[in-house]
Write a protein that binds this ligand. Structure first.
Ligand SMILES: C[S@@+](CC[C@H](N)C(=O)[O-])C[C@H]1O[C@@H](n2cnc3c(N)ncnc32)[C@H](O)[C@@H]1O
Length: 227
């Protein structure tokens, strides 16, 4: 496990701003004893800093272990099937994860989140608004794809497109917030959004998956699969 280097535990000032921005956006939506699941925790900086402030359990999963902070409840999983009981999580977070999930798999991931969560889901996403955003998002997606040796196509959707996708998958969009370009690392002033979702019923069905495939095909921010 790599170690972090700065005195306050952040690898760089940019990480510091990123993490504190995420924590500030998430914290108001947690009740004191909520069980929180950080899906795609990555370095676990957000998991750890949230754990410093929150009194309930914080669980974390990812498809790779790139933690630089210790987390007491971490599990590797296959990227789809969450190792938790139905309705066992109060609040799930997907912070800058969904654009890395292949489009073919996104509906299954969202169905799993819907299954395990009792109340609320918080999603942070890169949501391109202009040409420059799209260029940098694509580069970011390609870098991650190379790092895990994948050739699958990934999808960056804009803020309105995500709202439709969440509605389709059995969530009510309670808040959809455009994050200021300079609220996070100044060196990466890309368009991002924070979504606060409430679980609604019924669970998404087969028709939803077909509709998602159409949405993904018509979205203008998709990286095609590579041969
Ligand atoms: C940009 S990092 C974000 C890390 C962390 N959530 C944060 O905000 O600091 C994206 C993370 O998503 C993870 N990821 C990619 N596909 C995933 C999947 N299907 N399920 C869970 N995590 C996934 C990656 O391994 C990576 O750690």
């Amino acid at each position: 496990m790599p170690t972090d280097e700065s005195e306050d535990g952040f690898p760089s000032p940019g990480h510091r701003r990123d993490v504190l921005n995420t924590v500030a956006l998430v914290t108001p939506h947690l009740r004191a004893r909520d069980t929180v699941l950080d899906i795609g925790c990555g370095p676990a900086l957000v998991t750890w800093h949230l754990g410093m402030r929150h009194r309930g359990p914080i669980l974390a999963v990812d498809i790779v272990d790139s933690r630089i902070k210790p987390t007491s409840h971490f599990a590797l999983y296959n990227g789809i099937h969450l190792p938790f009981e139905d309705d066992s999580i109060d609040v799930a977070m997907l912070n800058f994860v969904l654009h890395h999930v292949p489009n073919d798999t996104k509906p299954a991931v969202l169905a799993e989140v819907h299954r395990v969560v009792r109340h609320r889901v918080i999603v942070m996403e890169d949501t391109p608004r202009n040409f420059m955003d799209r260029i940098f998002n694509r580069r970011h997606g390609e870098t991650f794809r190379r790092s895990i040796g994948s050739t699958a196509g990934f999808g960056f959707f804009n803020q309105a497109e995500w709202e439709l996708v969440f509605n389709d998958h059995g969530f009510v969009v309670k808040q959809s917030i455009a994050i200021g370009r300079f609220a996070r690392d100044w060196k990466q002033p890309y368009a991002r959004s924070c979504f606060v979702l409430e679980k609604s019923t019924p669970r998404p069905d087969v028709a939803v998956r077909a509709r998602f495939a159409e949405r993904a095909a018509s979205a203008s921010h998709v990286e095609e699969p590579r041969a």
